[in-house]
Design a protein around this ligand. Structure first.
Ligand code: RIB
Ligand code: NA
Length: 309
C-alpha cells in the first residue's frame, strides 16, 4: 500500500531564542529562553500530516552529523518512513536561527546545507513510492529544480500536488504553477510573487486570481488571524474562509501546520470541498500557535475535536 502523504523537502535544526522584540542591525539584546527543536518547512509539514494520522514518508537530505542522526530518530519517533532520508558526508544538516518576540512573531535565517544536495538521484530512488502516493508536497528550502522535478513526477503519475513556495523567490519559474494542483502561500509570499500588496481579504482575492491564471489547479493564500482565501479554477469566485481568533504565543511553523493538515485532508477525504479542508486546516494551525515551539506544538488527532475528522 502506498503512502498518504510524501514530502520532498527540507529538514533544519531550529535554534530558537525568545526575546522581547527582534533586534535591530548591530544591536545585542537579552532574550529570556533558548531551545533547540526540529524544523524545516518540509519536515514540519510531514510531521503535522503524520500527527493527524496520515501514513507519511519524507524524501530529504541531512548531514552525517549529530543533528542529522537526531533528525532521523525524530522522524522514526513520529512514525514517518525514513527509507528516502539520505545523509550527506560533505555538508552539514540545515540550520535555522530563529528569534521569536513577545507578540509571537519571528525572524528566521536558514542555512540549507545538506538540503541543497537533494537531487535527481534521490528522486529516482523514491519514484516507485512517489508514483503510488496520494499527495506530494514541496516547498522552496531545497534546490528549486529538485522541487519542480518532484512535482512533475507526481503529476505524471496522477498524484495530487501541493506546492508551498516558501521562502518565496521573486522570479518563480512558471512551470511551478502548472505542476501545482494546490498552490498555497502566505500573504508576504503572495506579495512577492504578484508584485502587489496583500494585506487584506480583498487584496488576497485579487492576488489569488492572478496566481491562478499562471496555471495551477487552485490557490490558497493564508492570512494568519484573517483565515485564508481559496480560489479554484472551476467555480471562478474566490472564497474567504474565516477562522476563530486565538491568543498566539509562537506562530513559527503555523503555515507548515496548515499545509501538513491540508495534505492529510486531501489524502483522506479526496472529495471534500477545498474550502472545507482549508477551514479545518486553519483550526489545526490555530492550535499550534498557542504553544511555544514548532513540531512540538502540532496537535495530534486525539487532541482535536472529532468534527475535524
Ligand atoms: O516555517 C518554519 C520553519 O522555517 C522553521 O522550522 C525553520 O526551520 C524554517 O525553515
Ligand atoms: Na507553535
Amino acid at each position: 500500500e502506498g503512502f498518504d502523504v510524501m514530502v520532498v523537502g527540507s529538514c533544519m535544526t531550529d535554534l530558537v531564542s525568545q526575546a522581547p522584540r527582534l533586534p535591530k542591525a548591530g544591536e545585542t539584546i537579552h532574550g529570556h529562553k533558548f531551545f533547540i527543536g526540529f524544523g524545516g518547512k518540509g519536515a514540519n509539514q510531514c510531521i503535522q500530516a503524520a500527527r493527524l494520522g496520515a501514513k507519511t514518508a519524507m524524501v530529504c537530505k541531512v548531514g552525517k552529523d549529530f543533528f542529522g542522526d537526531n533528525y532521523i530518530q525524530n522522524f522514526k519517533d513520529y512514525g514517518v518512513n525514513t527509507d528516502f532520508v539520505g545523509q550527506a558526508s560533505d555538508a552539514a544538516t540545515g540550520a535555522a536561527s530563529i528569534i521569536v518576540n513577545d507578540a509571537g512573531e519571528n525572524a528566521i535565517v536558514i542555512v540549507a546545507g545538506a538540503n541543497m544536495l537533494l537531487g535527481s538521484e534521490e528522486l529516482h530512488k523514491a519514484l516507485p513510492a512517489i508514483s503510488h502516493a496520494k499527495v506530494l508536497v514541496c516547498q522552496l528550502e531545497i534546490s528549486p529544480q529538485t522541487s519542480l522535478q518532484a512535482l512533475r513526477m507526481a503529476q505524471e503519475n496522477k498524484v495530487k500536488t501541493i506546492f508551498n513556495p516558501a521562502p518565496a523567490i521573486p522570479d518563480l519559474d512558471t512551470d511551478f504553477y502548472r505542476a501545482s494542483d494546490v498552490f498555497c502561500c502566505n500573504e508576504s509570499e503572495a506579495e512577492l510573487l504578484t508584485g502587489s500588496p496583500v494585506s487584506n481579504v480583498e487584496e488576497a482575492r485579487r492576488a489569488g486570481q492572478e496566481l491562478l491564471k499562471r496555471g495551477c489547479g487552485s490557490v490558497i493564500i493564508t492570512l494568519g488571524p484573517q483565515g485564508c482565501v481559496v480560489v479554484e479554477a472551476q467555480g471562478s469566485a474566490s472564497i474567504h474562509v474565516q477562522t476563530t481568533s486565538v491568543k498566539s504565543v509562537d506562530t513559527t511553523g503555523a503555515g507548515d501546520s496548515f499545509i501538513g493538515a491540508l495534505a492529510f485532508y486531501m489524502a483522506h477525504y479526496p472529495t471534500m470541498p477545498l474550502e472545507e479542508m482549508a477551514c479545518r486546516a486553519n483550526q489545526v494551525a490555530g492550535v499550534s500557535v498557542q504553544t511555544v515551539g514548532t513540531q512540538t506544538s502540532y496537535p495530534l488527532k486525539k487532541h482535536l475535536p472529532a468534527e475535524l475528522f
